[in-house]
Design a protein around this ligand. Structure first.
Ligand code: GLY
Length: 397
């Protein structure tokens, strides 16, 4: 989520006219976005008033939904708002506003680190597109809830409140995605404390979450008394030492975004290291859409994760803009390939099918036997974000 993207402020100074080397043109991108609008109108008809979509079960044509407390609750309104920005279709905005009413109470939720996904991906674009200051107030209260989970001894925001013996202060790589919200809160409120916490979290994570080959562990558990690392494990990946695909994508997106927000070179270098690990990995398939884990057993006879592909595509477009020299073209081309693959019938459902979701073949939590090879709201969200970024950053006049 990038509110500057939503506000369109970058289009004058940084965007580039369509370039002969670019692999995707306006007609292609606009067609994908237009189809997404049509498909989300199919979904709109299916979503119960008091619920948010999460996934879809094709076998019995069943929409899987959640309440506002799910980590995924912000993606549906967020996608509607991205599509409203593209199309100007007021019915998308109206539906998003209805869902924001359900989500509003999560501003007081101090029991999760996922408030960036839940609130910033939804109320953030709503504020940017409508200027409604009640959304600003929700966001600032939510940012306060989020930083209540920061421990200065550890130098991180706690991800999960775990009651068993396994973890004391678990921090997952996904948590990098909350930091943009905190950077926004500092700019909006004039209080440095939010960005200070974001910087500490990013720096602690850079120190402890990454292996020498620049892949990341999923979970790092800390001792809150001393700040020492207690263990490094996985929760949703194939093994503690494997490279869970969506976790790598969150890290890539997170450090790219932190460089944009701070201009601190170490974050750019970190993001480039992650990108290079992913793009040069022998197990990255030719179409650019990763298996659910780069070290999954049974490759190539295992599941792809379209959500990881969509997050990577969106992140690589931004990393391309922020990187100089040959790297810029390399990252852009990799993202273009991913967007083209995701837009093909291999990954994208025909309009009217798939419960109104755009993408097929997402993997939520394979070791937990949950959401395997299914549509996912966050896969759709980052796919639409990638299309919108491409349109604004690479095709705007
Ligand atoms: N943050 C949870 C996930 O990526 O599955």
């Amino acid at each position: 989520m990038n509110l500057l993207l939503i506000a369109g402020l970058l289009s004058g100074s940084c965007s580039t006219r369509q370039h002969a080397q670019y692999q995707l043109d306006s007609a292609f991108i606009d067609q994908q976005l237009q189809q997404a609008v049509s498909q989300y109108k199919v979904m709109m008809d299916k979503v119960p008033d008091d619920r948010l979509p999460k996934s879809y079960r094709a076998g019995d044509d069943r929409l899987i939904t959640s309440g506002s407390g799910s980590w995924t609750s912000g993606f549906y309104p967020g996608t509607l708002l991205l599509l409203y920005e593209f199309s100007g279709d007021a019915s998308l905005l109206a539906e998003a506003k209805e869902k924001l009413r359900l989500l509003e109470k999560e501003q007081h939720n101090r029991g999760t680190h996922d408030l960036g996904f839940m609130l910033y991906c939804s109320f953030g674009p709503a504020l940017a597109l409508t200027g409604d200051t009640s959304y600003r107030s929700v966001l600032l209260t939510g940012a306060e809830s989020l930083i209540s989970r920061f421990d200065p001894e550890v130098g991180c925001i706690k991800s999960w409140d775990h009651n068993g013996d396994k973890w004391k202060f678990p921090v997952i790589i996904d948590n990098m995605m909350n930091l943009e919200y905190l950077s926004w809160a500092s700019k909006e409120s004039g209080q440095e404390k939010y960005l200070d916490i974001a910087l500490k979290h990013a720096n602690t994570t850079m120190k402890n979450h990454f292996r020498p080959n620049h892949s990341s562990w999923h979970v790092v558990d800390y001792d809150p008394e001393t700040g020492a690392v207690r263990g490094k494990q996985t929760h949703q990946g194939a093994a503690d030492e494997s490279a869970w695909a969506r976790g790598q994508a969150w890290g890539l997106y997170g450090y790219t975004m932190m460089y944009r927000e701070t201009q601190e070179k170490q974050y750019l270098i970190q993001a480039q290291h992650i990108a290079d690990f992913l793009l040069r990995h022998p197990n990255l398939p030719e179409d650019g859409i990763p298996y659910w884990d780069f070290d999954a057993p049974g490759i190539p006879d295992t599941y792809r994760d379209a959500s990881a592909g969509a997050i990577m595509a969106s992140a690589l477009l931004e990393l391309s803009r922020l990187s100089g020299g040959g790297k810029s073209g390399e990252y852009r081309k990799a993202a273009e390939k991913m967007i083209r693959s995701l837009s093909s019938e291999q990954y994208k459902a025909p309009i009217g099918e798939n419960g109104g979701f755009l993408l097929l073949h997402g993997v939520g939590h394979l070791p937990g036997n949950s959401e395997i090879d299914v549509p996912l709201t966050y896969a759709d969200y980052y796919y639409v974000e990638a299309l919108s970024r491409y349109k604004k950053w690479f095709l705007a006049n």
